[in-house]
Every structure is written in structure tokens, then in C-alpha cells.
Write a protein that binds this ligand. Sequence first.
Ligand code: DQA
Length: 146
Amino acid sequence: MKILVLHGPNLNMLGLREPEVYGSTTLAQINDRLAQDALELGAELSFLQSNHEGVLVDAIHAAFQVQQGILINPAAFTHTSVALRDAIASVNIPTVEVHLSNVYKREEFRHHSFIAPIAIGQISGFGAESYRLGLRALIAHLTASR
Ligand code: DQA
């Protein structure tokens, strides 16, 4: 089972960026932990972080008929990007949306997600654990729908 893990803008700064909101875990540590989990769960992960919307759109297109699932933290693009949403819809790959912070406890502009309506589901507020929970949820969904 192949899964694409996508990280949106500013997530390369995790560990340094607003640690009171996002914690002290770096993106490399998150990816390492996911890779360990994937070994146990029998999934093969590919990782990409980009600060550029078009790069993420291209990666989603390239996943068509290659990847079985997408785990994405769209970061700020969650709240702005029709392009990312349309890209995910166009490849029709089951997608789980994750956020480190609980976006619903934060500013109102973070309460709306363009991605959520076309995702299987969303996990928000568990810090780096959100990714691990999201990976398990995605794999469970893919396994059940085989
Ligand atoms: C985030 C929440 C977004 O609102 C924010 O723009 C981010 C990170 C999170 O993981 O909590 O960059 O997606």
C-alpha cells in the first residue's frame, strides 16, 4: 500500500515555529516516526514538503494511479486553496487531512477548510500525534475498502 505524505507551507519550520502552538517536534522527526509506523502497518510512504501551492498540486497529479492514499497537512493552504482541493478531487485518491493544532480553537479564518469536504476525514489538535492517528485511519480505511 503506497501513501503520499504531503506537508504544506511553513511546516519545514516545525520545531522553531511558534512552539507554543505547534510543539517542538521537527518535520524530520515526524516523518521518521511515520516511516517507523508504516513499517509495522505494511505501508510504503513518500514524503514531500513544499511552500508552493503548484508544487503540491503537481505532486498530487503525479500520485494518480501510483499512490493508494494521501495524508496531508495542507497548513495555511487548508483555508485558501481551491486548487489543492480540486487536485485531490481530480485524482480521486482517498485523503486524510491532519493538523497539529486544533484549528477550531483558533482564529475564525482557520475554521474553514477547503479540503475537508473532499477528504475521508480530518484529525486536528493532537500535535505530532495527529499525523500518526491520520496514518492509521487512512490505512484502516484503505484496508476496509479493498
Ligand atoms: C496547521 C494549522 C493551519 O491553520 C496553519 O496555517 C498551519 C498549520 C496545523 O497543523 O495546525 O500552518 O495546519
